[in-house]
Design a protein around this ligand. Structure first.
Ligand code: COD
Ligand code: ATP
Length: 206
């Protein structure tokens, strides 16, 4: 039997738009692999991994927690308030994340067992994943809705949300680059219906 051709789909959207929520539904229902760029970014920052030393050299030893790991809250406070530091961090972390993801894609293509491979990242467009994925999906909800969800579920402060939002693309930019738009401003059920419609269509076309 011919191995499946895997469709590679990048999922993007602003902070709190529902990317993780969308993917946890997809992961349970479809024959796919999901890679979360944030998780990979955290992995490559662990002691002993590629980016650890370089990040401390850039940010200072005061970002370290007592156990020697990088304290994410302290790191976020620093980098989302200082564009140059954010740029420096991105230059260190993003190439390592991309290497990891490209290796995973190669591995999955070699095995040929899944129908879809999803890559979730807030920064897919900025980081050139446009060429890596077969297509990009944009998950969106209004800023007010996202702010409310982030405050209640993650206790993010307004200042933290503002800092992150200020470093992300505008709605128009996201929409321009993404072929599929998923409106997650309503109920989860409504969002799931949009996803099923799209993915079932792809499975039928195979
Ligand atoms: C700054 C860090 C330590 C904050 O960690 P924390 O656990 O508090 O938040 P978390 O990782 O969940 O990020 C919250 C959200 O902020 C946004 N965000 C994260 N990094 C960035 C960035 N470099 N630029 C713009 N938005 C970002 C994303 O929407 C993300 O989901 C962490 O985000 C990080 O390591 N960022 C640098 C690596 C990176 O660029 N990751 C993004 C995907 S490659
Ligand atoms: N349709 C929805 N209705 C109600 N709550 C939702 C809905 N979609 C997502 N949420 C909740 O909103 C919060 C943010 O969603 P989620 O974590 O999926 O966003 P994200 O885009 O992955 O965020 P980040 O950019 O930080 O990675 C979560 O607590 C999630 O459970």
């Amino acid at each position: 039997m011919k191995p499946n051709k895997i469709r590679i789909i990048g999922i993007t959207g602003g902070v709190g738009s529902g990317k993780t929520e969308v993917l946890s539904y997809i992961k349970d229902k479809y024959n796919c692999t999901v890679i979360f760029a944030d998780e990979v970014a955290h992995k490559v920052q662990e002691p002993g991994q590629d980016c650890y030393g370089e990040l401390i050299a850039l940010l200072g030893a005061d970002v370290l927690a007592e156990d020697g790991r990088i304290d994410r809250t302290r790191m976020a406070e620093k980098i989302f308030a200082d564009g140059n530091l954010l740029k420096g961090v991105n230059q260190i972390v993003h190439p390592a994340v991309k290497r990891y993801i490209l290796d995973e894609i190669d591995r999955e293509k070699g095995e040929g067992k899944i129908d879809f491979l999803f890559i979730e990242a807030a920064l897919l467009i900025e980081d050139g994943y446009v060429n890596i994925a077969d297509e990009l999906w944009y998950v969106f909800a209004s800023e007010d809705v996202r702010r409310e969800r982030l405050k209640s579920s993650r206790s993010y402060s307004d200042a933290k949300i503002d800092g992150i939002l200020g470093n992300q693309l505008s709605e128009e930019e996201y929409k321009k680059h993404c072929k599929v738009w998923i409106d997650n401003g309503g109920s989860k059920h409504n969002t799931y219906e949009q996803i099923d419609k799209k993915l079932e269509e792809y499975l039928w076309q195979r």
